[in-house]
Ligand binder design. Structure first.
Ligand SMILES: Cc1cc2nc3c(=O)[nH]c(=O)nc-3n(C[C@H](O)[C@H](O)[C@H](O)COP(=O)(O)OP(=O)(O)OC[C@H]3O[C@@H](n4cnc5c(N)ncnc54)[C@H](O)[C@@H]3O)c2cc1C
Length: 343
């Protein structure tokens, strides 16, 4: 799903694919209540929660001006202990395979922007939400970008090592690819052969299953999150994103997995690892660039990754294309998000 706050990046990608705006809602299943509720937590749902009075008291007495320095502290400060336990606590530990959410220590946010949704139940209000509804999704974007006589694309081959000083990538079959500039989007610690230590990632196993019914999720609900002891974090009904027409429906269950099969999907928002990634960046020789979600070890979206790529272009050529590189923002840059929402 395309999700972002930059009108410029949205217009850029919309030139290549047919982005169809989506009204987007998601539900969280709270096992202790045996019910689905809207997520972000919606004020109108509180009345049907078994601990409604306690929740209202916790919301009324929270200090929204306090700064918070880790994920748990932020959430308890924002919504109170009871809602945190219902919606966030186990979900986040499951999502990241961690024993405590205090380990996610890169927060320095305050909760002035109310984390309780009001009015319509749409998620990510004020953002650009869309899906490339063509039969091949985002493919036309990549096909167009690569359609140049001087570009050669090699598919299905892994880079197994690098000679960074020589700006050379070495493929598994021994082929050496040398350039004037080397740009990598694989995990930065692999690019640097783990010289400063490994970086951890959360991974996922995806379990697709088809069910014999036209549609499962009602209305604009496209994702279901599971916040309790269930092994899975999320189930997505894909045709509700892709607009695919069929009598059956494809659901995909996501199971956290930190083994090799789970892959390197989510960089951890843990200071020491993010600092290590920055240290790796500092050690890169001239004309070697590491970019993208894994290349910078940032929990970034498609929009942020595209903006980052324009940043890399500017670093290499000195050229700015319509200031696209300035569209990047970091996960805690709430002021930028607010400004763009207003715009
Ligand atoms: C489950 C999940 C759901 C997401 N949903 C959304 C969403 O709805 N909206 C959104 O905006 N963002 C979403 N994201 C984030 C989005 O996928 C990333 O921001 C984006 O894909 C990052 O692009 P990238 O090019 O930096 O990295 P990637 O897309 O991760 O590409 C890196 C590539 O490098 C390849 N690679 C790694 N090692 C090697 C090697 N040694 N040799 C050769 N190739 C190698 C990998 O196979 C991969 O293809 C999601 C991420 C995940 C994990």
């Amino acid at each position: 799903m395309y999700y972002g706050y930059s009108a410029k990046v949205y217009e850029w990608i919309n030139r290549f694919v047919t982005l169809e705006p989506l009204a987007f809602e998601l539900w969280s299943y709270v096992e202790s209540e045996r019910q689905f509720f809207s997520y972000p937590i919606h004020e109108d749902d509180i009345a049907r929660m078994s601990q409604a009075d306690k929740i209202r008291h916790e919301l009324a007495t929270r200090d929204v001006t306090r700064k918070h320095y880790n994920f748990e502290d932020y959430w308890i400060g924002s919504v109170g202990r009871t809602l945190y336990d219902m919606f966030v606590n186990k979900y986040s530990k499951k999502m990241w395979s961690i024993p405590s959410n205090t380990l996610l220590d890169t927060f320095s946010w305050s909760a002035k922007d109310n984390p309780i949704n009001t009015g319509s139940r749409h998620a990510y209000k004020g953002s650009h939400l869309a899906y490339p509804v063509g039969p091949t999704g985002y493919n036309p974007y990549f096909e167009k970008l690569l359609d140049h006589p001087r570009i050669r694309t090699i598919f299905g081959q892994n880079v197994s090592s690098f000679d960074l000083d020589a700006k050379t990538a070495i493929l598994a079959d021994g082929t050496r690819l040398q350039g004037d500039v080397l740009i990598s989007s694989i995990p930065i610690e692999e690019l640097c052969e783990n010289r400063l230590g490994e970086l951890p990632y959360a991974g996922r196993k995806f379990i697709p299953f088809v069910l014999p019914t036209k549609e499962i999720c009602p209305g604009n609900i496209r994702f279901l999150h599971y916040t309790g002891e269930e092994k899975y974090t999320r189930i997505v009904e894909y045709k509700k994103l892709t607009k695919h027409e069929a009598d059956d429906t494809l659901m995909v269950m996501e199971l956290p997995s930190n083994d090799k099969e789970g892959g390197k999907l989510y960089p951890y928002m843990i200071r020491k690892y993010m600092d290590r990634a920055k240290e790796y960046q500092r050690t890169l020789p001239q004309d070697v660039y590491s970019t993208g979600r894994l290349g910078t070890y940032r929990y970034s979206t498609i929009e942020q990754t595209i903006a980052q790529a324009f940043g890399t272009l500017k670093m290499i050529t000195g050229r700015s294309i319509k200031g696209m590189e300035n569209e990047f923002f970091n996960i805690g840059d709430v002021n930028i998000i607010k400004e763009r929402k207003a715009g």
